[in-house]
Design a protein around this ligand. Structure first.
Ligand code: CP
Length: 311
C-alpha cells in the first residue's frame, strides 16, 4: 500500500479486515517495524478518537509520533501561482516537503467547508499533500471520506456477525448541525465490497453522491428498511444535492429501541444522545459503539503496518 486516503487504496478488503482482527489479538507483534520511524499527524480540525487511536496504533508499531494542530501553525496557500500578499504565509509545496523531512508517514484530518461543493470534492488539502509530500499520506477524515472509520466499522461487523451475509442498514438520523458526508460515503464504499445485504434509508433530499451509492438500494421508509436488520448504522449528514443544507430535523428519524428491534447499533461517535439515538439504545447491550471506537486503533495499525512494510 502506498497511501490510505480512500477505500480503493486497499487491494483485498476482506483480507485486510481479517489481518486487522488478528493484529488486535497481539498488537505488539510488529513493534520492531516502526523503530526510528515517525508518524506526523496534522489536524486541521478537532478529534478525540482519531487522534488517540492513531497515536496508539503508531506506538504499538514502535513509531515516534508528532502531532501538529495546523491552525496553530502558518496559514497554508494551496493555489498554484498565488501572489501571497494576503494571509497565507507558507505554500503547501514547501510545507508538505518540509514535513516529509520529519515524518516517514503523514496523517491528515481536513474537513470540508460544506459551502463550496466543487472545492470540497477537489480534496485540495489532502490531494496537495499527496502531490507534494515525499512520504505516504493517510486520511484521518477528509472532505469526502473517512476510510479509517470504515475499516473499524467493517472489523466490528466481521467480529459480531452471526450469519454469513448479515443485513446492514445505514440510516440517516436528525442533527442540529451541518455535518459532512465523509463517514456515510466511506461506510457505503466499504459495505459495497463486503458480503452483506446492504441498504440505505433517509428522507428524500438526503441522497448521497450517486457516484458513490451506485446500485445500493435506497428506501425512504425507515421502518421498512430496518426490518430484520442485523446491524443498524445511524448517522446524520447534510444534503448533497442542496449542498450543505439541513432539509429536515424530523425527530421521527431518531433511532429508538423499538425501531432497532434485535439489531446491533452502530455509530462512529461523537453522538448526540436523544437527537440521533435515544439513551435506551446507547445504554443497551445492542450498542457496539465502544467496540467500534476500540477497533479504530487496529484499523489504523494495519494501515500503518502496510505502509511501513512498503517504505
Ligand atoms: N469517529 C471519529 O472520527 O471520531 P473523532 O472525530 O473524535 O476523531
Amino acid at each position: 500500500m502506498k497511501k490510505y486516503t480512500e477505500i480503493a487504496d486497499i487491494n483485498s478488503i476482506p483480507e485486510i479486515i481479517k489481518e486487522a482482527i488478528q493484529l488486535k489479538s497481539n498488537p505488539f507483534q510488529f513493534e520492531a517495524l516502526g523503530k526510528h520511524r515517525t508518524l506526523v499527524m496534522l489536524f486541521f480540525n478537532s478529534s478525540l478518537r482519531t487522534r488517540l487511536s492513531t497515536e496508539k496504533a503508531a506506538k504499538n508499531l514502535g513509531m515516534y509520533v508528532t502531532v501538529l494542530n495546523v491552525n496553530d501553525a502558518w496559514n497554508l496557500e494551496y493555489e498554484n501561482g498565488a501572489i501571497m500578499n494576503l494571509n497565507t504565509a507558507e505554500h503547501v509545496k514547501e510545507a508538505a516537503q518540509v514535513i516529509s523531512q520529519y515524518g516517514d508517514i503523514i496523517a491528515i484530518r481536513a474537513f470540508p467547508t460544506l459551502k463550496d461543493k466543487a472545492k470540497d470534492e477537489s480534496e485540495y488539502i489532502i490531494n496537495s499533500f499527496i502531490k507534494y509530500a515525499t512520504v505516504p499520506i493517510v486520511s484521518m477524515e477528509s472532505a469526502t471520506a473517512h476510510p479509517l472509520q470504515a475499516m473499524a466499522d467493517a472489523m466490528t461487523i466481521e467480529e459480531l456477525k452471526t450469519k454469513k451475509r448479515p443485513k446492514v442498514v445505514l440510516t440517516w438520523a436528525p442533527h442540529t448541525k451541518v455535518l459532512p458526508q465523509a463517514v456515510p460515503n466511506s461506510f457505503v464504499k466499504m459495505m459495497q465490497n463486503l458480503d452483506v445485504d446492504f441498504s440505505i434509508t433517509h428522507p428524500k433530499g438526503y441522497e448521497l453522491n450517486p457516484e458513490i451509492t451506485k446500485e445500493t438500494p435506497i428506501n425512504y421508509n425507515q421502518d421498512e428498511a430496518l426490518k430484520d436488520a442485523d446491524f443498524v448504522y445511524a448517522k446524520n449528514w447534510c444534503s448533497y444535492s442542496e449542498y450543505g443544507q439541513i432539509l429536515s430535523t424530523d425527530n421521527q428519524w431518531m433511532l429508538t429501541k423499538s425501531k432497532l428491534s434485535k439489531a446491533k447499533f452502530m455509530h462512529c461517535l461523537p453522538v448526540r444522545r436523544n437527537v440521533v439515538v435515544e439513551d435506551a439504545v446507547l445504554d443497551s447491550e445492542q450498542s457496539v459503539v465502544i467496540q467500534q471506537a476500540n477497533n479504530r486503533t487496529y484499523a489504523a495499525q494495519i494501515v500503518l503496518k502496510k505502509l511501513l512494510e512498503n517504505l
